[in-house]
Design a protein around this ligand. Structure first.
Ligand code: SF4
Length: 394
């Protein structure tokens, strides 16, 4: 974390330190994941031309997906941009593309593999691009949690609802136990559906999206929610607490959105009179409660498109996106700043950089399939069940 100017700045070239990630420059954080082959040097002046040439050679065989939080140097090669679910659906709608290059993080590539045909191969340019939130709920921990709910005598009343930002294993668990997936756009609908099926919801893995949706949109009280801590015996909850709760929130969060604080909101209001504070529902409850507007990345983009000239906005979401939106809307006279005073990228999203993209595209163009993400058949079956329940939501 470094101190930033309060005003959003022009896009700068990617810092070298970040470009080096995934090249064994930081073996501990790379968690032992190696990229086979030789990555191009980040200082190679021909990277843009090389990416363009490899993509051209692949033609319709490749479809490049760019998540909103990706760097500009990568986004420029995306055939389509969006949130994780939109991108997975876009990929499924392009069956002629043999290779889906997902510029995003691991769980997104898994979802794309689940939703695309068996002939399509999903590729993640850097295998170390995970998601700290998704990693906060493992299959073993969630199975143990279900045992705790069973022992407390409440499992039969519980419907799991898992955020899209979860591993394929967690999505499959959700499908097996009659639950659904949700995105930050349809979490309210998903919860309403779940409460028609059962009396309680186990919400995974983002406690903040679960709490914010239950309290803001469904009118529950904070006391209706309990926090299940997978690192504590019995989740740190008594059987009585589980029996009394309506929302059982998994103790997971996004390390990017979790950084925004009430002080960030108060500070920006003091600095910029008349500013509209617009935050993502992955932010903490007190931040969401203090904001003027709350919504998904797609909601944020639409809100800024519709904003009048001269309006001022402080945005609480990932910095690559905020910076791009600030640059896009500046000519229309809209002032857009990052909500916090400190720079906060999603470090795992940032692992996908131009050298990794060039390496991936050139390998595919040479007929070498690299970094394929493939979900096994059984996991895919149950994860798809949960995703299909989401698609059937009213
Ligand atoms: S922004 Fe948060 S939820 Fe999204 S990929 Fe990064 S850590 Fe995961």
């Amino acid at each position: 974390m470094t101190t930033a100017q309060p005003q959003v700045l022009d896009v700068q070239p990617t810092p070298l330190a970040l470009l080096l990630l995934g090249r064994e420059a930081d073996p501990r954080s790379e968690r032992g994941v190696e990229c086979p082959g030789d990555l191009p040097s980040p200082s190679d002046p021909d990277l843009v031309e090389r990416a363009r040439a490899a993509k051209e050679k692949l033609g319709d065989k490749v479809f490049v997906l760019g998540h909103h939080y990706q760097r500009d140097e990568v986004i420029q090669f995306a055939d389509v941009t969006g949130d994780s679910f939109k991108l997975a659906r876009d990929a499924a709608a392009r069956p002629e593309a043999e290779y889906i290059v997902f510029c995003g993080v691991h769980f997104m590539a898994e979802s794309a593999d689940i939703l695309t045909s068996g002939d399509q191969k999903v590729v993640l340019p850097d295998l170390a691009a995970g998601c700290s939130m998704a990693d906060m709920a493992t299959a073993e921990q969630v199975a143990e949690c279900w045992d705790v709910l069973t022992e407390a005598g409440v499992a039969e009343q519980v419907v799991p609802v898992s955020y899209m930002n979860s591993s394929a294993d967690i999505k499959a668990f959700t499908g097996r136990h009659g639950g659904t997936i949700c995105t930050s756009s349809n979490a309210e609908k998903a919860l309403n559906w779940a409460f028609e099926q059962g009396e309680k919801v186990l919400f995974l893995p983002d406690q903040h999206l679960g709490r914010n949706t239950a309290v803001r949109d469904l009118g529950m009280s904070l006391d209706d929610c309990v926090l299940y801590n997978p690192h504590k015996q019995g989740g740190g909850l008594t059987a009585e607490q589980l029996r009394n709760a309506k929302m059982i929130l998994w103790r997971g969060h996004c390390s990017v959105h979790g950084r925004f604080s009430l002080e960030s909101v108060e500070d920006v209001r003091a600095r910029i009179p008349g500013v509209n504070v617009l935050v993502h529902p992955e932010c903490r409850h007190e931040v969401v409660a203090a904001a003027d507007h709350v919504g998904s990345t797609e909601y944020i983009i639409k809100a800024l498109e519709a904003a009048p000239a001269g309006s001022k906005w402080a945005i609480g979401t990932e910095l690559n996106l905020v910076r791009r939106l600030a640059n896009r809307f500046a000519p229309e006279g809209k002032e857009i700043v990052f909500l916090d005073k400190t720079v906060c990228f999603c470090s795992t999203m940032n692992r996908i950089d131009l050298p990794h993209l060039v390496w991936t595209l050139e390998s595919l163009a040479d007929g070498k399939l690299v970094n394929r993400i493939e979900v096994d058949h059984e996991t895919e079956h149950f994860a798809k069940l949960a995703l299909e329940r989401m698609l059937a939501l009213p």
